[in-house]
Design a protein around this ligand. Structure first.
Ligand code: SF4
Length: 702
């Protein structure tokens, strides 16, 4: 009998922050098929290799966790238990630690892969009820420098523009990002725009010649960590040549005079020497920007994952502000989120220093407002521990218990061996995940099986503030439960009131109410509306409001005086210095067809065809100095650890810099493939985002 296919269900890709629309169908034999949603404004039917193969990850359940597992002590093996036993144990342990050591002895480490409703519940549970702000997310590793950058300049964590602005721009500066591989559908839009409008100029700033450079009119192969100097040099030239918008600066900004003084502090020649970029190229970039009508700056991890990440964000956003290229068609600073719901997580206060609805943890009125809304006495003033701080606290014994949801810190955190030690030192580790293949699962005292994509209902927000609705299509395997349900069961065992939601739409409604009269007001966007209209960009303050594709069109920003702040750069931590023992700069990143720590994309054989194993990209001159030839096994090392992979010789990377992909963990492939054995946990002092893009290493034949 041929299988019968059900009607197409519209949902959203659960990989990157582009947030492509998908149409998926299920057959009566349980098979799935999918295609890009042609009506969806983000991707108009297109999908990248990861999105096209997403249904295989949902159909292959060979690695899925299907029942809670628990061990009574580290000497005992994990054994299957009921949900009731699992939740009772979790509640008993968390209550004991909180009573004996205070609420800051426990913490949650969550993920930009969670749905907004789940993220909201986790934050409410931890900040409102457990009484600690120790909840941070893996978005700390990718977005927190951009969050600070936006807050300090435009007054809130508010991405001002939309993908549709790409088609209205004539100059796009892509810095520290490789969208051709990491945000492919967004890049297709840029490619199409340029193909149809050859006068459109693309400038790429990157220490590597990536596939994104194929589209570039100008590639500035900057020395790692020096981007802010490059942006300052461009700013200086724009000022000197009168290519700035003086009226905009006067009417809508503060801080220009100090900025102008700062960028004039060095000559163009000096900036060029620091960045190792020819002075003429800097001038050419500045001219393209100065002559443009629609100017977009676009960036990702290359700027954010740095000990000077916030300064790099500020220096780049300043270029939009001094040219008045913000709040206008085809203009604005556009940070590309790595994860599908990194924005949704930020909206509900997913970082240790934030509160839901973009309210400010440091503001006593905001804390009181949220506490009253949740019906709790108060919310702690002290910011919680951030990602790296939490694992340090576990290692030192300051924190006793951690609950890890939907993320794999044993592979993804910097200095991963220290994270392994921290998880071993922790008194109690809860891991809530869909996959047995998470390296972090081996440290679990309590392992909780979670539902995955298509197996639960909720919303996500993509990079352009677009909230989309994801319906449930499949039942989770075995006894796996949606993350929200797990959190509600735990809250019940803790004796907390305020978590008796009947549906995800009730959770959404509660969160939406908290956004009322804030810059991210979504009180006009209900589940009913989302089910019909599929998606909308916040704010949506009334039921007849059509969403907001572009912010700041009236020139009013979200600062107290409604003026944007042009910032001089502030304090920063030192990146790890190179030395005679470790003379090369290691930078890490993604490859085209893999996602995060490969717990999903690693299951799809088609996705291994592009690149099936980790490698070290090294300049031929650096290789020759070390007797390294193409394909030779090499050992990359520093004081924190080693990685052993095959060398790929390439002039695409700057001399003195080497590149490792970050996806491979030790469980599937052995400890010596894990790039984060080498990365430093040094972080930006303001955003606390670690500097994955700069670690000192040596490479030798192995
Ligand atoms: Fe999914 Fe991102 Fe690819 Fe779109 S670009 S299909 S959201 S991985």
């Amino acid at each position: 009998m041929p299988q019968k296919w059900g009607p197409p269900i519209k949902t959203t890709c659960s990989y990157c922050g582009v947030g492509c629309g998908i149409e998926i169908r299920k057959s009566d034999k349980g098979k799935l098929t999918l295609k890009g949603d042609e009506q969806y404004p983000v991707n108009k039917g297109m999908l990248c290799s990861k999105g096209m193969n997403l249904h295989y990850t949902a159909m292959d359940q060979s690695d899925r966790l299907t029942a809670p597992q628990m061990r009574w002590s580290r000497r005992h093996p994990l054994e299957e238990v009921s949900w009731d036993t699992a939740m009772q144990r979790a509640a008993a342990v968390f209550k004991t630690f909180i009573e004996q050591h205070g609420p800051d002895s426990v913490g949650f480490y969550v993920s930009g892969q969670l749905l907004t409703e789940e993220y909201y519940l986790a934050n409410k549970l931890v900040k409102g009820f457990l009484g600690t702000n120790n909840i941070d997310t893996n978005s700390r590793l990718c977005m927190s420098s951009a969050v600070v950058g936006y807050k300090e300049t435009v007054g809130d964590d508010a991405v001002p523009i939309s993908y549709e602005d790409i088609e209205l721009s004539d100059t796009i500066l892509i810095a520290g990002a490789n969208p051709a591989w990491c945000h492919p559908i967004l890049f297709r839009r840029i490619e199409k725009h340029k193909a149809e409008n050859p006068e459109v100029k693309i400038i790429v700033v990157d220490p590597r010649v990536t596939d994104s450079c194929a589209l570039a009119d100008l590639h500035l192969q900057v020395q790692p960590g020096t981007d802010k100097y490059l942006f300052h040099a461009v700013g200086q030239y724009l000022i000197d040549q009168g290519m700035i918008d003086e009226a905009f600066i006067r009417q809508h900004t503060n801080g220009y005079e100090q900025y102008a003084k700062e960028v004039k502090g060095k000559s163009l020649k000096e900036y060029a020497a620091i960045c190792q970029v020819p002075e003429d190229d800097i001038i050419q970039a500045a001219r393209l920007i100065g002559q443009s009508k629609g100017f977009i700056t676009m960036w990702a991890m290359g700027l954010n994952q740095s000990t000077t990440g916030v300064n790099q964000n500020l220096a780049l956003i300043n270029l939009n502000l001094i040219t008045g290229k913000i709040g206008k068609p085809g203009c604005g600073p556009f940070s590309l989120t790595g994860q599908p719901n990194a924005m949704g997580g930020r909206e509900v206060g997913g970082l240790a220093n934030l509160l839901a609805a973009h309210k400010n943890l440091a503001n006593p009125e905001h804390r009181k407002e949220v506490a009253d809304f949740w019906g709790v006495e108060s919310i702690q003033e002290k910011p919680g521990l951030t990602a790296t701080e939490m694992f340090d606290a576990l290692k030192s014994g300051k924190m006793k218990a951690i609950w890890v949801i939907c993320t794999n810190p044993s592979v993804s955190m910097p200095n991963a061996r220290l994270v392994d030690e921290a998880l071993k030192a922790a008194r109690f580790v809860v891991v809530q995940d869909i996959s047995k293949n998470s390296d972090t699962a081996q440290y679990a005292d309590l392992l909780l099986p979670a539902a995955g994509w298509l197996e639960k209902e909720g919303t996500m927000t993509n990079s352009e503030r677009r909230i989309s609705y994801l319906p449930k299509l499949l039942d989770p395997p075995g006894n796996a439960l949606p993350d929200a349900e797990i959190l509600m069961r735990f809250a019940d065992k803790m004796g907390y009131h305020g978590f008796d939601f009947e549906s995800m739409s009730e959770v959404y409604d509660e969160y939406a109410l908290l956004t009322k009269d804030t810059p991210i007001d979504i009180t006009g966007l209900s589940y009913e509306r989302l089910k019909i209209e599929r998606s909308m960009q916040w704010p949506v303050p009334a039921p007849n409001h059509g969403g907001t594709p572009r912010l700041f069109e009236d020139g009013k920003f979200l600062t107290p005086d409604q003026k944007a702040n042009i910032h001089t750069t502030g304090p920063e931590n030192e990146a790890e210095p190179i030395s005679p023992d470790f003379p090369l700069i290691l930078t890490t990143g993604r490859i085209r067809d893999q996602w995060h720590t490969m717990t999903r994309t690693g299951k799809v054989s088609k996705l291994k065809k592009h690149i099936d194993r980790p490698f070290l990209e090294i300049h031929p001159e650096d290789a020759a100095q070390r007797g390294i030839t193409e394909g030779m096994p090499v050992l990359i090392s520093n004081a924190r650890g080693e990685v052993q992979v095959a060398a790929r010789l390439s002039t695409a990377i700057k001399k003195g810099v080497v590149f490792l992909p970050m996806h491979w963990g030790k469980k599937l492939n052995g400890d010596l493939n894990r790039a984060n054995n080498l990365t430093s946990e040094r972080y930006d002092p303001k955003s606390k985002q670690p500097g994955f893009k700069f670690s000192a290493v040596e490479v030798v034949p192995y």
